[in-house]
Design a binder for this molecule. Sequence first.
Ligand code: INI
Length: 161
Amino acid sequence: MRVYPSVIDATGLRFAVVVARFNHLICVRLLEGCTGELVARGAVAGDIDVAWVPGAYEIPLAARVMAKSGRYDAVVTLGAVIRAGTPHFDFVCQSVTDGVREVVRDTGVPVAFGVLTTNDVDQALARAGGPEGNKGAEFARAAIEMAHLCRRLPAPPEVEA
Ligand code: INI
């Protein structure tokens, strides 16, 4: 039996972080938590590229471009979608969730899903450096772990032309 251990060491790894400006106060805290954790786990600041996008809806496109560049071992997406009592919340949530999943499927690059979806601002703040911790750090750890795992897992067999 072969067991691939969980390794959360970012030494030598390169990361793209895509972060939404919408709900800026929350997203900037998630970003601090994320980049702080990447560096604390051994990443070099120069190996972390951050791309701001207008809102969560725009995250998948930027994540796709960065994942396809071949420059990154993993991508972290960060955003906050807060329910405001209109169907807009559901459309943005669905769109960003589907979009990020498709980037992973189409590129094979690990993409951490770091978009908070909450009922109100207080729930979001609680998860962005408040009583619930900083989820940005948690998303960073997921990205590091998956980058390591994907490097170790067997590559698909070469197909002859
Ligand atoms: N974008 C967010 O990141 N969070 C939200 O809560 C939000 N709400 O509620 O509307 C939101 N909307 C903007 C959207 O992501 C796009 O930027 C916009 O529709 C332009 O394409």
